[in-house]
Design a protein around this ligand. Structure first.
Ligand SMILES: *Cc1c(COP(=O)(O)O)cnc(C)c1O
Length: 363
């Protein structure tokens, strides 16, 4: 007995956790600062923690009203109908729902390189094929309609990420509009706004009234600090919003997650603090690191360090876990998440020491 041919499938490479690295190095997890997965350094909002505790005694019941309440709140937040909000287990779950709704076997999708690996993974799970467009370092990873359209060949889904992970680059709204108007009628453009809260740009959700070949992904994993709960959503146009009922895994978003997300959505103070810290930290990295960096609209900065694997290994031993972006297709770079002010300053100290050391030991 064997599963189907999975040779084209690649396993997801997550950022290393503090616990995991601590065990490997025989360190105390407390000595380690994890800046490898773009999590919220301020943690979840206290309201979300309270909601989780309150939901704990009700987890024997399937999540129906909790799901409806979150959906309605998000619809109100974005001025959409509730049908247009496809709540899911993380932003990744939202990508899966779109794959299920759109892909026939052998349909092709177009994904960014470097880029977020789950677009291709989800397409392959759903029997799709994957093509890539390149964001070029020489162009500072600029995301223009041309970069995408040059590679575009009538794919069923085109993914773009803004702010982009791992480079931080953004795509202007007028450029997204150009893309929506340039692709063929059967092409869905998925705009992944996992880092949307950190950006100064308006959300592409505002374009759903006018364009029905668009879906926008959002998550509670980043600015809302709920990565461990797995909750996110897609915002979709009215024209095909009813497909959700036919593709959604029943109760995929748990009651605890829905209740926490609803509470987090209501805590503006926590969100504002989180965004403000990230905006400060990304500028601090850019000003203080002795390395090439790129402007970022997210809660992380891409740093050119030469030998990413050596640098990531050495910073880890000094207590700072960063993300080697080799698995994204950028072996000369690391991505470092925005920490608290204290963590960010410490990360800069360590990175600057390590970059100087690695430079000095070059053959
Ligand atoms: C983090 C992230 C997501 C979603 O992650 P979830 O934890 O599944 O919500 C989606 N796209 C990008 C680019 C991300 O970085």
């Amino acid at each position: 007995m064997q599963p189907r041919d999975l040779s084209a499938h690649e396993a997801y490479v997550p950022g290393r956790g503090a616990e995991e690295v601590a065990r490997e190095l025989g360190m105390d997890p407390e000595e380690l600062t994890k800046l490898s997965s773009n999590e919220n350094p301020h943690g979840p909002s206290p309201d979300a923690v309270e909601a989780v505790e309150a939901a704990a005694s009700e987890i024997h019941v399937y999540p129906k009203t909790s799901h409806a309440d979150l959906t309605d709140a998000l619809a109100e937040r974005w001025d959409l109908t509730s049908e247009q909000v496809w709540v899911s287990a993380g932003g990744d779950g939202a990508l899966d729902n779109l794959s299920r709704a759109f892909l026939e076997p052998d349909d092709r999708v177009l994904t960014p390189k470097p880029g977020f690996s789950y677009y291709a993974m989800s397409a392959r799970y759903h029997h799709g094929e994957v093509a890539e467009y390149s964001l070029s370092k020489a162009d500072d990873f600029a995301q223009t309609p041309e970069t995408i359209l040059d590679a575009y060949d009538g794919e069923r889904i085109v993914y773009l990420t803004t702010p982009h992970n791992p480079t931080g680059s953004e795509m202007a709204r007028e450029d997204i509009v150009t893309l929506l108007e340039s692709v063929e009628d059967h092409t869905l453009v998925v705009v992944d706004e996992a880092y949307g809260e950190y950006s100064e740009e308006p959300s592409a959700i505002g374009l759903l009234d006018e364009y029905d070949n668009l879906a926008v992904i959002r998550t509670f994993s980043k600015a809302f600090g709920l990565a461990g709960l797995r909750i996110g959503y897609a915002a979709v146009p009215e024209a095909w919003a009813d497909a959700y009922a036919r593709v959604n895994t029943p109760f995929a978003a748990s009651k605890v997650a829905c209740r926490a997300a609803l509470a987090a959505l209501g805590n503006e103070e926590h969100i504002e603090k989180s965004v403000e810290t990230a905006r400060w930290a990304r500028e601090y990295y850019r000003d203080e690191l002795n390395a090439n960096t790129w402007p970022s609209g997210g809660n992380f900065v891409l740093v050119e360090v030469g030998d990413a694997t050596a640098v990531a290994e050495a910073t880890k031993r000094r207590g700072i876990i960063v993300r080697d972006t080799s698995s994204f297709g950028l072996p000369a770079c690391i991505r470092v998440s925005c920490g608290t002010r204290e963590e960010t300053k410490r990360a800069v100290e360590v990175l600057n020491e390590v970059i100087a050391d690695v430079e000095a030991t070059k053959p």
